[in-house]
Write a new protein. Sequence first.
Length: 235
Amino acid sequence: MRLNKYLARCGVTSRRKADDLIAAGRVALDGQTVTELGTKVNPESTTVTVDGAEVSLPQQYEYYLLHKPQDIISTADDPHDRKTVVDLIDTERRIYPVGRLDADTTGVLLLTDDGELTNQLTHPSNEVSRTYEVICEGALPDNAVEQLHTGVDIGEELPAQGDLGILWTEENKGAAHLTLRAGRYHEVKRIFASLGCQVERLHRVKFAGLTCGNLAQGEYRTLDSDEIHQLKSRG
Ligand code: URA
């Protein structure tokens, strides 16, 4: 590959400006300065430096959206050798889920080997939005929407806040959409317990703007470059 193209692919600068760097004697191959435009490089076997600092191609990661089925745990490795969400994806890479869903929860789950993006999407300060559809047993209090708005005590330092939209209620049953912006352990179940109900069925409809679309439980797809870009720019 031509050196200017390689430098551009590494994100150092544009191809034209890479020629200026080369001509200025700022680029070295295996420690030898090169100034000839049109120099070729084999990235597999050559160390390329600019002003003495090594440059390299950005790593290509894999990104999947899984419609997580029920009764599958969302860890990468299980000490008891149970089937995990990672086993559902056909890849040789060491991917892992972005956050966790309980074994009995279904819905959108991202998996990747991109640690930086995982941190961005799971760090509470980034307030990545996640929406759940909840079917619960027990009557939701009349002021449930307001309670979620001001914050529900779930036994932690900070109350849990979110947007609750009631879908329907019957005497002893109800369904709602709940949108949260932090991923705390068993958060939805603890919120509903605090409201006096028990979660009977939990499905994550949306995570960071992504939905399952037409995927059936257990099916997955890769994310396209626009979706990856959007995820990276929201953090
Ligand atoms: N909150 C829960 O209680 N369980 C999940 O799986 C996700 C959010």
